[in-house]
Design a binder for this molecule. Structure first.
Ligand code: 1GP
Length: 246
C-alpha cells in the first residue's frame, strides 16, 4: 500500500495533501503538458483522474499523456469500470455509502474484479459520502442516489464510521463537482474526530482560503477540479510552500 502509506505518513508529520482532479471528458490531450507544468509547480501531491461520465479509452490516453509530464502519483477516481487502466498508479475503490443503490455499493465492484486482476494498481477501498450542496450533482444523477442532508450531522458521522468499521481505508466527503457550497468546516471536523482513517474532502473548493479552512478543520487530502478547469491562474495562489498543520 505504497501510496496509501504515504498519506498516513503525511498525517504523522502534520502535512496535507492536494489532489488535482482531471476529468478525461474535459481535458484535451494537447492541453495536458501546459496544465501539468502548473500542477508540478504547485503544492499538489496527487493527480486524480476520473469523471461521472467518460467515454471508453479517454482515461487511458489521458493518463499516458500525464505520465510523460509528471512524477506525481496518478490515482483513478472512476465513475465507472470502463475508466480502469493499468497505466495509472492506484485507484480509489469507491463505495457510495451515502446512497442505497446496490450497483454503487457492491455491484460495479464485482464487475471490476477481473479487470483489476490484470493490473498492478494499488487498490484503496474508499467510503464515499455525497453530501447535499444546494443543487443536483452529476454523482447524484448518475448513481440515482440521494445525498445526505448537510444538516444531518449524526447520519454523516455514523455513515463515515460505518465505512471505517467495514474496513474502508479512506473516507471521502463529497459535495459534488462544481458544488455551490463546499463541505462545511464543522462537518469536516466532526467527521474527522469520529474516524481513525484519513479523510478526503472535495467539491466546490475554489479559493486558497477555502482550501486552508478544509485543512484546518481536519481534511487530510483535498480534491480540487473545477476551480483549475475554470481558471488556471488559481495555480499561482498554490505555488509550493512549506507548511505544517497541527
Ligand atoms: C469532485 O470532489 C471533486 O468529485 C472535486 O470537485 O470539481 O468542485 O473541485 P470540484
Amino acid at each position: 500500500m505504497k501510496y496509501y502509506n504515504t498519506i498516513l505518513k503525511t498525517i504523522k508529520t502534520h502535512k496535507k495533501n492536494l489532489a488535482v482532479l482531471i476529468d478525461p471528458d474535459k481535458m484535451k490531450i494537447n492541453s495536458v503538458s501546459n496544465f501539468i507544468e502548473k500542477v508540478n509547480q504547485s503544492i499538489a501531491t496527487h493527480i486524480f483522474v476520473g469523471g461521472s461520465e467518460v467515454n471508453e479509452g479517454l482515461t487511458e490516453a489521458l493518463v499516458i499523456e500525464i505520465k510523460k509530464h509528471s512524477t506525481l502519483p496518478i490515482i483513478l477516481f472512476p465513475g465507472d469500470i470502463i475508466q480502469i487502466t493499468d497505466q495509472a498508479d492506484g485507484i480509489l475503490f469507491l463505495s457510495l455509502i451515502s446512497g442505497r443503490n446496490p450497483d454503487y455499493l457492491i455491484g460495479k465492484h464485482v464487475e471490476a474484479v477481473s479487470k483489476l486482476a490484470k493490473t498492478d494498481l494499488e487498490i484503496i477501498p474508499t467510503g464515499y459520502l455525497l453530501i447535499e450542496n444546494g443543487k443536483e450533482t452529476a454523482v447524484q444523477r448518475v448513481s440515482e442516489t440521494k445525498p445526505i442532508s448537510r444538516n444531518a450531522i449524526e447520519t454523516i458521522k455514523d455513515t463515515a464510521k460505518a465505512g471505517e468499521l467495514l474496513g474502508m481505508k479512506l473516507i471521502y466527503l463529497e459535495a459534488g463537482s462544481g458544488a455551490t457550497h463546499a463541505i462545511e468546516p464543522h462537518i469536516i471536523s466532526e467527521v474527522k474526530q469520529k474516524i481513525n482513517i484519513p479523510l478526503i474532502v472535495g467539491g466546490g473548493i475554489r479559493t486558497k482560503t477555502e482550501l486552508e479552512s478544509a485543512y484546518n478543520a481536519g481534511a487530510d487530502l483535498v480534491v480540487i477540479g473545477t476551480a483549475f478547469e475554470d481558471d488556471e491562474t488559481f495555480f499561482d495562489d498554490l505555488k509550493k510552500i512549506t507548511k505544517t498543520y497541527n
